[in-house]
Design a protein around this ligand. Structure first.
Ligand code: R5P
Length: 313
């Protein structure tokens, strides 16, 4: 059996440690620092020749640095003779920029995928990409995980009565539909427009929400504007309560305040990016899902954990 080498990046050491503990594998020591001029300096400080290497690095804020560090770790592993390099990127930054919105704009998501491929990454494990349409951009074997198996029990435990699942925009409908089906709840959608970068305006609620307990389901919160705007629109349309669930807490400093100020009663998210603990947030760890996936890819004995949903392409 090829030896497994778990290489942590610098974006999320806690998640890397949790995954390593579940797999009962040590983390490969790395040196990640910066030269005086700001260039990133990398060294993998253990033998990875002929190893099955897994580099764990969400490309969250600061996205460019995290992406470059991931690419440099892959290049270092390749130069050291790794047998195969898999990137484990639970949150894939740039995923929202997958189409040219306007003349003169890049397809940043596709470029980020190409950077990883050029660096020697042969396989990618990721979680809840902004859009499944991005799957083809990687041009490498992809394990695209969904967090439903971890999030649904957390929601069921809340015993929310008269539940309606709400997508805060048209783009999130498929995800919200999954939750609505699993929870046997009706579905509503908020019509959203973006008059500028990082500005979200909720225009209209489609679906019956009067007197209902609404759970907004989204892939991420960044400024918190989408969820806050949707919450306001739902309450104005007569919703009894609003709760929020999102997978990636890519949160700007004021995002949680903004969401809570919009009378959102509970917030449930994952640790796909490093997040400071906050009593207002229920944080569901994705470590069992990642560990179970890596065990399967590395043909290790299965790890007992919560139910997970795995899609591969
Ligand atoms: C947009 O299409 C995404 O699904 C999220 O709704 C959005 O990125 C959230 O960003 P923000 O919190 O800044 O509104």
């Amino acid at each position: 059996m090829t030896a497994m080498a778990l290489v942590p990046g610098d974006a999320h050491p806690q998640l890397a440690q949790a995954v390593a503990a579940l797999l009962r594998e040590p983390l490969v020591p790395t040196l990640i620092s910066a030269f005086a001029d700001g260039e990133t300096r990398i060294r993998i400080e253990a033998e990875v020749r002929d190893a099955d290497v897994y580099i764990l690095q969400p490309t969250s804020t600061p996205t460019n640095e995290r992406l470059m560090t991931l690419a440099l770790l892959a290049e270092a592993a390749r130069a050291a003779g790794a047998a195969r390099i898999t990137a484990v990127v639970p949150y894939f930054g740039y995923a929202r920029q997958d189409v040219r919105g306007n003349e003169g704009e890049p397809r940043s998501a596709q470029l980020a995928a190409r950077v990883l491929r050029c660096a020697g990454i042969e396989r990618l494990v990721t979680l809840e990409l902004h859009t499944p349409a991005l799957e083809s951009a990687f041009e490498m074997p992809l394990v695209h995980l969904q967090a439903d198996g971890l999030m649904l029990p957390a929601i069921r435990n809340r015993n929310l009565p008269h539940l309606t699942i709400v997508s805060p925009d048209a783009g999130g409908l498929r995800r919200a539909q999954r939750y609505a089906t699993a929870l046997a709840a009706p579905l509503a959608v908020v019509v959203k427009t973006r008059p500028g970068a990082d500005v979200a305006v909720a225009l209209q609620v489609l679906g019956e929400v009067r007197g209902r307990v609404c759970l907004i389901v989204d892939d991420m919160a960044s400024t918190g504007g989408t969820i806050a705007g949707a919450a306001q629109a739902l309450l104005e349309a007569g919703a009894a309560e609003v709760h929020a669930l999102f997978i990636h807490a890519v949160m700007a400093p004021s995002a949680l305040e903004r969401i809570c100020a919009a009378s959102v009663r509970t917030v449930t998210t994952t640790d796909s990016v490093a997040t400071a603990p906050d009593a207002r947030v229920q944080l569901v760890s994705i470590a069992p899902l990642i560990a179970q996936t890596l065990a399967r890819l590395a043909r290790r004995p299965a790890i007992r954990s919560e139910a997970t949903h795995v899609q591969e392409s």
